[in-house]
Design a protein around this ligand. Structure first.
Ligand SMILES: C[S@@+](CC[C@H](N)C(=O)[O-])C[C@H]1O[C@@H](n2cnc3c(N)ncnc32)[C@H](O)[C@@H]1O
Length: 225
């Protein structure tokens, strides 16, 4: 089975490339080429077996993605991030640990979100998404009504979306958007639930940065009804 993109690709406003990629990075990209998912073989490479699948969107340096894959060898992980420099870092770690249960989509997740079969993903993790705090940039935020609708289709029933953020404006935005969706319910009993990092997650670069700068991350878990 192969896929083509019929719709216009969404516009991505973040960074795709930072500093020059080192020789070792270029080598890692070559060695790790099989870790990269392509449109053409999306279905075959990914849905070949019936493992539990976790999608991490915006994996950054890959601390959570790689450590989760190490800890859960029977789960399949797909990480999506368009920023090449961090993708290289992540691929290096995957190769070093010889992990067989991760694939990378090195681009905007919105380009592949409709390629997943419905009810195929168990969990989605979005850790410290770019806040785009200015009102005029609201449309650049990843969490939008249509995005929530699209992920609700690919998630299994009772599948979860976990979002960590330290940004005041984005905290309210995320809560508003998910609570407006009839497809999800917020998993919360008391303040400890959103003040504490879910135990399965690993600390990431942006969480460290946030704590260093004395901001308080919040953790929201939304369950598909
Ligand atoms: C603030 S960083 C957080 C990185 C990491 N999760 C952490 O906690 O350290 C946000 C990341 O999301 C990625 N990102 C932004 N928009 C994205 C999209 N549409 N699809 C996939 N990744 C995206 C960025 O490239 C960046 O690496």
């Amino acid at each position: 089975m192969s896929f083509t993109l019929n719709e216009e690709s969404p516009r991505f406003y973040g960074r795709r490339k930072g500093r020059r990629i080192s020789e070792s990075g270029i080598l890692a990209l070559k060695k790790g080429s099989k870790l990269i998912i392509e449109f053409e073989n999306f279905f075959e490479t990914f849905f070949i077996d019936k493992k539990k699948i976790i999608l991490e969107i915006g994996f950054g340096d890959g601390e959570n993605l790689v450590n989760s894959a190490k800890k859960n060898p029977d789960t399949f992980f797909l990480g999506a991030d368009p920023f090449l420099n961090t993708t290289v870092k992540c691929i290096k770690q995957i190769l070093k640990s010889n992990l067989k249960n991760i694939k990378i989509w090195p681009d905007d997740v919105r380009k592949i979100i409709k390629l997943f079969p419905s009810s195929s993903i168990s969990e989605i993790k979005i850790l410290f998404p770019d806040p785009w705090p200015k009102v005029k940039h609201q449309k650049r935020r990843l969490i939008q009504d249509d995005f929530i609708n699209n992920i609700s289709i690919i998630l299994k029933k009772k599948g979860t979306v976990t979002i960590g953020t330290d940004h005041k404006i984005l905290k309210s935005w995320v809560l508003e958007k998910f609570q407006a969706s009839s497809n999800f319910e917020w998993q919360v009993e008391n303040s400890k639930d959103w003040k504490t990092r879910p135990k399965e997650l690993f600390v990431t670069k942006y969480e460290k940065k946030s704590l260093k700068e004395k901001r308080k991350p919040s953790w929201f878990i939304f369950k598909k009804k």
